[in-house]
Ligand binder design. Structure first.
Ligand SMILES: [Zn+2]
Length: 255
C-alpha cells in the first residue's frame, strides 16, 4: 500500500540533523531509509534551535533546496515566527511563489515562542488563510492547547494538523478537537503509537478521515510506525485513509 509520511525533518546541513544518533542518518541516506520502510512521499520542515529570523529563513531555503533535489518525493514545510510578523508575512509570500503550501511542523519551543494564538499569530494566520496553506503544529505537554483551539476556532478555512497523539488527557483533548472542528487533523508521529490500541480507539471515537500517517523521522524509527499502524487491526478503508488517502486529499486541496 502507498504510504505518505506527513511529518519528517529532512536536512542538508549536518547541524539540522535531528536524529539522536547522528552518524546513522545523513542527507544522502535519508530518502533511502524512508523508502526501505515503504514510505513513498514525505512532508515536513527543516528544524534547528534558533530564535533569529535569518536562521529561520535559512531553514526554509534548505527545505526548498531539498525539494529541488527530491521533486515529487517531498512536500516542503516552512517556518514563521510570531516575534517577526512582517518578516513572516514576506516569507510566506516568497515561499508561496516558490510552490510551498505547507507551514510547519512549527516547533515553538525550538524557536523561543509558545502561543499558537495571539495578536501576532492572528496577523500571520490571516496571510496563511489568504494564501490557502496548511499549518502543521507540534503539540505536547509544553503547548497551551487552549491557544491552539482558539486558532482552530477563529481560522476555519485553515487546516491545522496537530502532531503527536500522546496519551492520557492530552490524547483525549485531540479526540475532542477532532470531533468539534472540521479543520482539525492529527498526525501519528512521535509519542502515542507504542501504546497498543491507541489508533483503533482514536478511529472509533473520531473516525479515520482526519488521521494522517506520520513518523517524525529521523528522530524516530519509521518502520516501527508502519508496523504499529498495520498491527492495530484497522479495516481496509481505514488503513488506506490513514496511510495515504487523507494526506493526498489534503495536499491536493492546496495545489
Ligand atoms: Zn517533528
Amino acid at each position: 500500500m502507498k504510504i505518505i509520511d506527513f511529518h519528517t525533518h529532512p536536512f542538508i546541513t549536518p547541524e539540522n540533523n535531528s536524529c539522536f544518533y547522528k552518524d546513522t542518518v545523513t542527507s544522502d541516506n535519508f530518502k533511502k531509509i524512508l523508502e526501505s520502510a515503504g514510505i513513498g512521499h514525505i512532508c515536513g520542515s527543516v528544524i534547528y534551535k534558533t530564535q533569529s529570523f535569518n536562521e529561520i529563513k535559512r531553514l526554509n531555503r534548505e527545505a526548498l533546496e531539498i525539494k529541488a533535489m527530491w521533486g515529487d518525493f517531498y512536500t516542503p514545510g516552512i517556518h514563521i515566527h510570531p516575534r517577526y510578523v512582517r518578516e513572516s508575512i514576506e516569507e510566506l509570500d516568497f515561499m508561496y511563489q516558490n510552490g510551498v503550501r505547507l507551514v510547519g511542523e512549527l516547533v515553538p519551543y525550538y524557536n523561543g515562542w509558545s502561543l499558537y494564538y495571539d495578536e501576532s499569530m492572528h496577523a500571520i494566520y490571516e496571510e496563511i488563510e489568504r494564501l490557502g496553506m496548511i499549518v502543521s503544529v507540534h503539540t505536547d505537554m509544553t503547548v497551551d492547547m487552549n491557544s491552539l483551539e482558539e486558532a482552530v476556532k477563529r481560522f476555519k478555512n485553515i487546516t491545522f494538523v496537530a502532531a503527536h497523539p500522546h496519551q492520557k488527557e492530552h490524547y483525549y483533548k485531540h479526540i475532542e478537537l477532532l470531533k468539534n472542528y472540521d479543520n482539525y487533523y492529527l498526525d501519528l508521529s512521535g509519542t502515542g503509537l507504542f501504546r497498543f490500541g491507541m489508533l483503533g480507539t482514536l478511529i472509533k471515537n473520531a473516525g479515520s478521515e482526519k488521521i494522517l500517517f506520520a513518523t517524525d523521522f529521523p528522530i524516530t524509527n519509521p518502520k516501527m510506525y508502519v508496523e504499529a499502524v498495520l498491527f492495530e487491526g484497522l479495516r481496509d478503508g481505514e488503513l488506506e485513509n490513514v496511510f495515504y488517502k487523507n494526506a493526498e486529499k489534503l495536499l491536493k486541496s492546496v495545489e
